[in-house]
Design a protein around this ligand. Structure first.
Ligand code: GLU
Length: 480
């Protein structure tokens, strides 16, 4: 195992830190999945933190949805949810500490002045950045006086020299010179003596320290926040955790995954009858691999997972492959679980479940034939609704030779033991007695039982429909 932290360095603690601004989409869930799998693999802890400081875009309903989605997927959380809005006093306390230590300072530059500064820098061909104008030494040297009535922000004093280097668990070594980083605003405007609302990059560091996070696994949209965060960690006397930035999930056309590629929200997949096992499997394969293993369970993922097998190049999401995987997981579900999961889809299709076969029985009949639970429920229509048999189609399939065979099957079904082997034997016997090839007998039976010839084995169909219903369907055969 080449994970970048030795087990002796302490317990593995990862976190998932979503912003509750909507429903979870596949890219977010993959981040959660890898953080969870890593913690589970190392017998560590998985912490959930809701980053709800964007008051306009955050909602309690979204946060609740995230909790529900994680539970549905089986990504169990050991600690949290922590809500950043409930930790404001703590962030302010840490800002005040940095201020007292001279590692942060008040800055009175207005937005307009900052814009002008950046404009001038751009005009000179420099990278636009705050220039440290209100650093205490400049205030002292130039006798700067705060403009009357203007409220200051608080900025973190970034180191001037050297560079920030980290060994990203996914991307490898990354080095950013401190000269490229300006002094980050860590608290918004407030009167001197008070601490304004702390900013995002700052809260994340305080949280990761307080929550003793050992590995920050997150999307690579955050790479540019990392050097700033590392400097804040160090200013607070802490060594930063291991960072691993996951490449973006793309659609199969190479563009960033979006609505254009079809469903991207977990809720949409759940509603379409995807099972959590398949979603986990499919997402894990986006940027991670274990040899050539295509189909695996969540437990196998946990057993095999390591950051060393993550690929730094963007992964492509393939909706068709996802559906195929779902079908494969449906085939492998224990039958009771398949029945439980199929039931709501059968109910949603408005079938009269009481009179018909159990969801388990339907699942057993169709589990190899439908890639999603929704499609399975659609295919199950004939299990609950008597088909209308197309007489012309039946006439094509039933010649003079088959009439007596169908009569014989109908009658024999009254007596036979209602088990699949006995039903299969009965169908074999009918073929021998009436000298019919299998399709000559089985096609008309399928049509009578289901209204279509594209249906599962006749013994399985009979068994699922039950003696009474099967016989009633055969009896409804239009007269020759
Ligand atoms: N709240 C951030 C997001 O949803 C995650 C921040 C982090 O993982 O450090 O993108």
């Amino acid at each position: 195992m080449t994970d970048l932290i030795a087990p002796s360095a302490g317990a593995v603690r990862t976190r998932f830190a979503p912003s509750p601004t909507g429903t979870l989409h596949l890219g977010n869930i993959r981040t959660a999945l890898f953080a969870w799998a890593f913690a589970r693999h190392h017998h560590g802890q998985f912490v959930l933190r809701i980053e709800d400081t964007d008051l306009e875009r955050s909602s309690g309903a979204s946060a609740d949805g995230i909790l529900r989605d994680l539970a549905w997927l089986g990504l169990d959380v050991d600690e949290g949810p922590y809500y950043q809005m409930q930790r404001m006093a703590r962030y302010r306390e840490v800002v005040a500490k940095l201020l007292a230590e001279g590692r942060a300072y008040h800055c009175y530059m207005s937005v307009e002045e900052l814009d002008q500064l950046r404009e001038a820098q751009r005009a000179r061909g420099d990278k636009p950045r705050y220039d440290g104008h209100w650093r205490p030494e400049n205030v002292a040297a130039h006798g700067l006086v705060p403009p009357p009535g203007r409220l200051p922000v608080i900025r973190f004093r970034n180191p001037d020299e050297g560079s920030v280097v980290w060994h990203d668990a996914v991307k490898g070594r990354i080095e950013i010179t401190n000269g490229e980083l300006d002094d980050l605003v860590i608290a918004r405007q407030a009167p001197v003596g008070e601490v304004g609302v702390p900013t995002y990059n700052f809260c994340v560091v305080v949280d990761d320290i307080d929550m003793r996070i050992s590995h920050v696994i997150r999307g690579d949209g955050h790479v540019m926040n990392t050097p700033r965060q590392i400097n804040i960690f160090r200013a607070l006397g802490q060594e930063p955790p291991v960072f691993g930035h996951l490449p973006t999930v793309l659609g199969n056309d190479g563009e960033k995954l979006s609505k254009r590629h079809g469903a991207t929200g977990l809720d949409e997949y759940a509603a379409a009858g995807y099972v959590p096992e398949a979603i986990i499997n499919g997402l894990a394969r986006l940027g991670w691999a274990h040899g050539n293993d295509e189909i695996f369970t969540p437990a196998q993922l946990v057993e095999w997972f390591g950051l060393d097998a993550l690929t730094p190049s963007p992964a492509r999401f393939d909706a068709e492959k996802f559906e195929w995987l779902n079908g494969e997981h449906i085939k492998r579900l224990p039958i009771e679980r398949l029945g439980e999961r199929l039931k709501p889809f059968l109910e949603a299709a408005d079938y009269a479940l009481e009179g018909g076969p159990s969801p388990e029985a339907v699942g057993e009949l169709l589990r190899d034939r439908a890639p999603t639970l929704k499609k399975m429920a659609e295919a199950a229509r004939y299990c609950y609704v008597r088909p209308i048999v197309d007489a012309a189609r039946l006439a094509e399939l039933v010649g003079a030779a088959q009439q007596p065979a169908l009569d014989w099957v109908s009658e024999s079904l009254a007596q036979v033991t209602w088990e699949r082997p006995a039903l299969a034997a009965l169908l074999k016997e009918a073929q021998t007695r009436f000298a019919l090839k299998p399709p000559q007998l089985l096609m008309p039976l399928r049509l009578l039982l289901t209204g279509t010839t594209q249906a599962p084995g006749v013994d399985a169909l009979l068994f699922t429909l039950g003696r009474e219903e099967a016989r009633a369907r055969l009896a409804a055969r239009p007269a020759a």
